[in-house]
Design a protein around this ligand. Sequence first.
Ligand code: ADP
Length: 517
Amino acid sequence: MSAASKKAVLPADVRPFTKVLVANRGEIALRVIRACREMGLRSVAVYSDADARAPHVREADEAVHIGAAPATESYLLGDRIIDAAKRVGAEAIHPGYGFLSEREWFSRAVRDAGLVFIGPPPEAIAAMGSKTAARQLAGKARVPIVPGTTEGLADAAEARTIAERFGYPVLLKAAAGGGGKGMRVVHKPEDMESALDTARREAKNAFGDDSVYVEKYIVGPRHVEIQVLADAHGRCVSLGERECSVQRRHQKMIEEAPSPAVSPELRREMGDTAVRMAAAAGYRNAGTCEFLLDRDGKFYFLEMNTRLQVEHPVTELVTGIDLVQWQLRVAMGEPIPESFEPLTPRGWAIECRITSEDPNNGFLPSTGRVSFLRVPAGPGVRWDGGIEIGSEVGLFYDPMLAKLIVWGPDRNSAVDRMHRALLELTVDGIETSRDFHLRVMEDDEFRRGAIEIQWLERRLASLTTPRPPADVARVAAIAGALLAERDRSARRPNGGVAARNAEEPAWLRAARSEGIR
Ligand code: ADP
């Protein structure tokens, strides 16, 4: 096929562009802005009242104010964002993750406005938009799903009948679900009615849709997901797996690539399955198929996330492929190179989500002003952050402040490196999840890779029990040296004056050796 005829078959909404509006905030907005800059594309940030001084606003080539602090009055106003793009002459919109990224209507509205949506076409989002629709499609594509229903439940009686068939425990899930919301485990028939009511209410509040279906609750599986990338020329590749089993309340906290439980054969098999699923949906751009992997190596499709994932950097570090740049390239019509497949991961990468939550206080959200920030650095360390000194952390947006990602030649060295990087991280002014992550890196079971999706909830008490963190131990050592110095000074004839004049006191030396000024 000649280059010209290849060009002719490209969909109308796939074409080159030079200016990209980033419809998001925080670390992911910065991530996209960086990719644009590296590719010589101009970037446009959008911001709410709360983000006027945010780093993403400063780093972009241009910025447009779009509304008040609540997301419903700014980052979720798709029409206003499209208007902003047209006004500043941006020809493409990158939605990041969250906010408008998986809204079918937004992808369509961007296309209808004559702009390029850097993500899948609306039809593909719709095909995967509800968990029940995705389960039906999986059935057609011969992709194994967790046993359960593929349609919403009528009432608790129906739910009980189905649960009897699969056996308890079962999991009630919102069809429109996301972020672990609208999900309830039910262990016995008499709990079904109230669990269904709660799941429905939560789903209605979070997604405006109270449809709930039932799945068998699987005990002891891992969450393993496959990154896929599909271009506009009909090529779709799998870029390997991510292990995301360290979860609290069905939400990921630590991710790694590859997975300690995936052999090269299983990687190929899961990869082929994910590609089949993506093809069935008419997928384009970057996407992720999530699976539960049981102890016997059997896997079940959960859902497809039709966007860039929070945890995409671990895949980038072990494949050397810049996923955000490839999102942009695919949206412009560039074909995926042959070299992307088959793919063997190189080394090991781990990501910790640094959130403004207090692990020693039930992960209660913490708010305030970042008064000091020391960002980890050195070999193999990557910081994808959205905060800086002076940032105000409020309750309007997601508590994730940054992602700390490390690479090492193997899993043990990656874990050690993450531990070292976390020790370097200092955030003052708000509570963060740092100490929790440190303890996970020290945990024997985690270090052995013996994790599954219920592991963290079981282990949480030992990982969050308040105990003096390293910093407190250092302060105690310095205080001890200070007291000893005072005692010595008191015993000298002219007290502390001689000590001050003679040499640095021991406490100051101790403080200096700890890097405290
Ligand atoms: P969401 O879209 O809300 O994130 P998912 O379907 O992706 O929901 O599930 C989130 C997490 O909940 C999974 O990673 C897994 O840990 C757990 N989970 C989901 N389905 C099941 C199931 N059938 N059995 C056990 N755990 C499950």
